[in-house]
Design a protein. Structure first.
Length: 408
């Protein structure tokens, strides 16, 4: 359900269609998706009854084996449809426990699964009071969003107030309309961030397909600037990460599918940041495929129809993506890139001349200028190649208040 954009999500639909006959339901099915689907239906995905009727019509015409989405805002709908038509999938309550960050934290705390202390706060002054209770730096975030939208670190009472208002007003892809509203204040988890790409085969059976090393921009924001997947990552053998992933999945009730669990490696050990009942975004499944040969979108589709997925690695290398952000706020006037190499798997501009972009810390993922994907025998080689691509890519931005900037 839902095709998403071609740049960010099209690869998922492409891989799923390689093995399964796909019917796409979307409010406005994009033309590019026609190459990958057998049936395309326009239906309002915010209208559960309309979607139910559309699926029933498909089922009457031809059998429906499963239902799947890789988009955050459609997860609960997908679970309800799977339950309604007795198809494989997670229960709506399990999916909603992942989407609602406050509920996730509450369940993890009750089950003693290492996470972050977290409180739901109704206003900025209450947030300041809880910041004192938590001590040290804190993080404020929307109760149900994604893409790090509205997530900020705060160290002082004024920063807490500003961060509260930023979290309350955050918006991204309409996600703010598809989950419970509210703002959380949490203890700050210090340490490198990773995500664990899990294939859940049952309530107590979790296969870790890959570890993603996540790279973040400067705080107080938490914008993701890149990811790296290494088929030989030593964290794959860390029993604490495996136990934490299994504990998280069991706690929220996920029993089936490919899920994306974010963690921080603190001095006290790994702790849960978020549990996402879907494929990872930002081309993470593409990196996993390049590095290991595992096809996460196809695995997710296999599980959605009750089939056994292929979990044998056929590659052993590293793959990484870097997202280029604007150095200044203004309008893009020109762009160019001069890197061509066999190890450059993908380079795409995600803005066009004339686009207005915001520089960090105001930037969201919608302000990214470009993305580059590289492969290499090891992480160090990937980092070197990404740096080379960035050095040979240039963008001209007309700042909002000063003269033209040229960034190479």
């Amino acid at each position: 359900m839902g095709a998403g954009s071609r740049v960010w999500r099209g690869y998922g639909l492409q891989h799923i269609a390689a093995r399964h006959r796909v019917a796409l339901l979307d409010e406005h099915p994009p033309a590019w998706a026609n190459d990958y689907v057998a049936v395309s239906m326009a239906v309002d995905l915010a209208d559960t009854e309309a979607v139910t009727q559309a699926v029933a019509a498909l089922a009457a015409d031809q059998s429906v084996a499963g239902v799947l989405t890789y988009m955050e805002q459609h997860l609960a709908l997908t679970a309800r449809i799977a339950e309604r038509f007795m198809l494989p999938g997670n229960t709506p309550s399990a999916v909603e426990a992942c989407r609602d960050k406050y509920l996730s934290r509450s369940l993890l705390a009750a089950a003693n699964v290492p996470s972050a202390r977290s409180y739901l706060v109704p206003d900025a002054e209450t947030a300041v009071e809880y910041a004192v209770l938590l001590g040290g730096p804190v993080v404020l975030k929307p109760r149900s969003m994604g893409g790090s939208a509205g997530v900020r670190r705060a160290d002082t009472p004024d920063q807490v107030r500003d961060a509260f208002h930023a979290a309350r007003g955050a918006s991204l892809f309409g996600l703010e309309k598809t989950g419970p509203a509210g703002v959380l204040i949490e203890e700050y988890l210090d340490g490198p961030e990773i995500s664990v790409e899990c294939v859940v085969l049952g309530h107590d059976t979790v296969h870790i397909a890959a570890i993603t090393r996540k790279y973040l921009g400067d705080e107080p924001g938490f914008q993701e600037t890149g990811h790296l997947v290494d088929a030989s990552d030593p964290l794959l053998a860390d029993p604490r990460i495996r136990e934490l992933a299994l504990g998280a999945v069991s706690t929220v009730g996920i029993s089936c599918g490919v899920i994306h669990i974010e963690m921080r490696q603190t001095r006290q050990g790994p702790r849960i940041v978020e549990i996402n009942a879907r494929l990872g975004g930002d081309l993470i499944p593409h990196l996993v495929h390049l590095a290991t040969g595992l096809n996460l979108p196809q695995i997710a589709a296999d599980l959605a129809v009750g089939a056994d997925p292929e979990l044998v690695l056929s590659q052993s290398q590293s793959a990484a993506v870097r997202f280029l952000y604007p150095p200044v706020t203004g309008h893009v006037t020109a762009r160019n890139t001069g890197t061509f190499a066999s190890w450059l798997n993908r380079f795409e501009w995600t803005v066009t001349p004339g686009s207005h972009v915001n520089a960090p810390p105001r930037a969201t993922l919608l302000d990214r200028l470009a993305l580059a994907v590289v492969i290499g025998p090891d992480p160090d080689t990937c980092h070197q190649r990404l740096q080379l691509v960035e050095e040979h890519s240039g963008v001209h931005i007309q700042p909002d208040t000063v003269s033209t900037a040229c960034v190479a």
